[in-house]
Design a protein around this ligand. Structure first.
Ligand code: HEC
Ligand code: HEC
Length: 224
């Protein structure tokens, strides 16, 4: 609950009425990071040192979806996910030592890494699915998902809605299954409502559809 309050406060919604929540933010290195300006050059160096061995040097993740692409993701979303992993509401055993280190160091470090990731050009060749049922998926996406994730999967930084365009297919399929089944506990309940009756096949075609939604040309890196 405190976490939600912190983020509502950061959005300027609640903390004006209760200064106690502002204290909570000061004590929380992740919530504190949201308010800081990012030093992108330092963020790049720290990313290479702490994160690249799993997420890849250019933050493109792994083609099998084990490691998500982080390039291009909104700064606010990166910070929220790190906070949730640290708090345990999003289970991610591999990253526990890393988020503990981050939280013991400084809000500035967290702001720098997240700010850097938002600027990185995205993978032009993410893993995609088998291409079945894309038209159905497009219609479902438009009616049930676009309101939050945007028509082109660009997300919404101010509301912590992730950018989902051009992300690896298998990563998204796994996350959709975990969100539906309650395994990813930081889920947005309104989103869970949209997918709770869907079977794996339907989720697969949605993940496939999203993996093919590419960002604008000037946000894409060179093929490698
Ligand atoms: C030991 C490997 C490893 C390292 C090092 C690592 N990560 Fe991760 N990270 C993962 C895995 C695995 C996942 C996906 C977990 C899942 O399936 O939900 C992930 C997921 C994430 C996510 C969630 C992405 C999303 O789209 O919601 C963020 C944000 C993230 N990592 C940031 C970082 C940052 C920043 C660093 C360095 C400070 C880092 N990671 C270091 C393994 C790692
Ligand atoms: C009410 C707004 C909302 C709606 C509607 C919604 N989502 Fe989400 N979605 C979110 C939020 C918020 C998260 C991140 C939850 C968290 O903080 O971990 C998310 C997470 C995701 C993720 C994981 C992203 C990642 O990087 O790990 C995928 C994939 C996704 N949504 C796809 C969909 C699809 C497909 C639909 C439609 C069937 C949909 N969403 C509907 C708000 C929404």
């Amino acid at each position: 609950m405190l976490r939600l309050r912190s983020f509502l406060c950061l959005l300027g919604i609640l903390c004006l009425v209760d200064p106690a929540w502002a204290v909570d933010i000061a004590a929380d290195p992740f919530a504190g990071a949201i308010q800081l300006k990012s030093d992108v050059a330092n963020g790049k160096a720290e990313f290479q040192r702490r994160c690249a061995q799993c997420h890849g040097e250019n933050a493109w993740g792994s083609y099998d979806g084990e490691f998500p692409q982080l390039a291009g993701q909104h700064r606010s979303v990166i910070i929220k996910q790190l906070a949730d992993i640290h708090q345990g509401t999003r289970s991610n055993p591999k990253m526990i030592p890393i988020v503990i280190q981050l939280s013991n160091e400084s809000s500035q470090l967290i702001a720098d890494v997240a700010g850097y990731l938002e600027t990185v050009l995205m993978n032009p060749e993410p893993e995609i699915g088998d291409g079945d049922n894309l038209e159905v998926a497009a219609a479902v996406y438009e009616s049930r998902c676009a309101e939050c994730h945007g028509v082109r999967g660009e997300g919404d930084a101010s509301k912590f809605y992730p950018l989902v365009q051009g992300q690896h297919y298998e990563y998204m399929l796994r996350e959709l299954q975990w969100l539906r089944d309650g395994q990813r506990k930081n889920a947005n309940q309104e989103m869970v409502e949209q997918i709770k009756e869907m079977d794996d096949r339907q989720l697969a075609s949605l993940a496939d559809f999203l993996s093919r939604l590419m960002p604008p040309e000037d946000r894409l890196g060179e093929e490698q």
